[in-house]
Design a binder for this molecule. Sequence first.
Ligand code: UDP
Length: 260
Amino acid sequence: MKTDHTAFKDNIPTQPVLDIPYFSGTLEGAVNLSLPFLENRIPFAVFTPGATVAARAARNTDLSKLLKHGDLVLPDGCGCVLAARLSGVRLPARIAGIDFAEALFSEAPPFSRVFLYGAKPGVAERAAARLRERHPDLIFAAADGYGDDPARRISAFCPHIVCVCLGAEKQERWIEQHKGELGGVLIGLGGSIDVWAGSVKRAPRFLQRTGLEWAYRTLRQPRRLPRLAPLPAYFWKCLLSRRCSKRQKKEEKGKSSVKM
Ligand code: UDP
């Protein structure tokens, strides 16, 4: 028998891009889906793999399996929307993980408890201090991402939201491992914590709107450049998957008309 949680998960609208079941709703939809889990502190894993992470997953079965365990997998970046289009499916818009988390902070009931985990020593505390100013009705705590695993501390804090910012794959593995014992909405958010702390600047709005945030991030942090390398092969694979599924559909149609 299906648990309520699995049944709920089956009803979340998704579109598969290669193997990744991306959420195919809006930002508001994603927040509305997550709120009951937040309020009742029921474990709910939100992953935010952009196209560079999806490209890695296309060549790494372990990562691909891991990403499929997300309760909500958000298309963080216009690369995901493009990959979907090439695969022949439609994602209405990109949903940046940082926008999702901020929208969730705004909608969370007063006194909701938010734990920020990750980044270099001092950064998480600074991010918490700045977020406290913007959301005085929420309770923030923080731990950096290079010391001992703070899972016990986080559990004792009884969080409604845990932002896990350890970089792609590491953060999803951590969430998968600890989700049951923590509860609440656990979000893999990568470098968002550096933005909240003010150590990294987000791209100006017009670049975000025109889908060029990735170019801005790469220019500001050239160490990210190698991450773009697998993208052409990934987009090509998406295009091939569309042609394969078209051919399959044609063959199935042919078979059913012969039967008749
Ligand atoms: N990080 C961490 N512990 C680690 C590795 C990384 O806390 O063992 C932090 C790192 O300091 C940074 C964040 O994880 O704040 C990941 O940032 P990145 O820009 O690489 O992630 P992305 O946003 O691209 O997923």
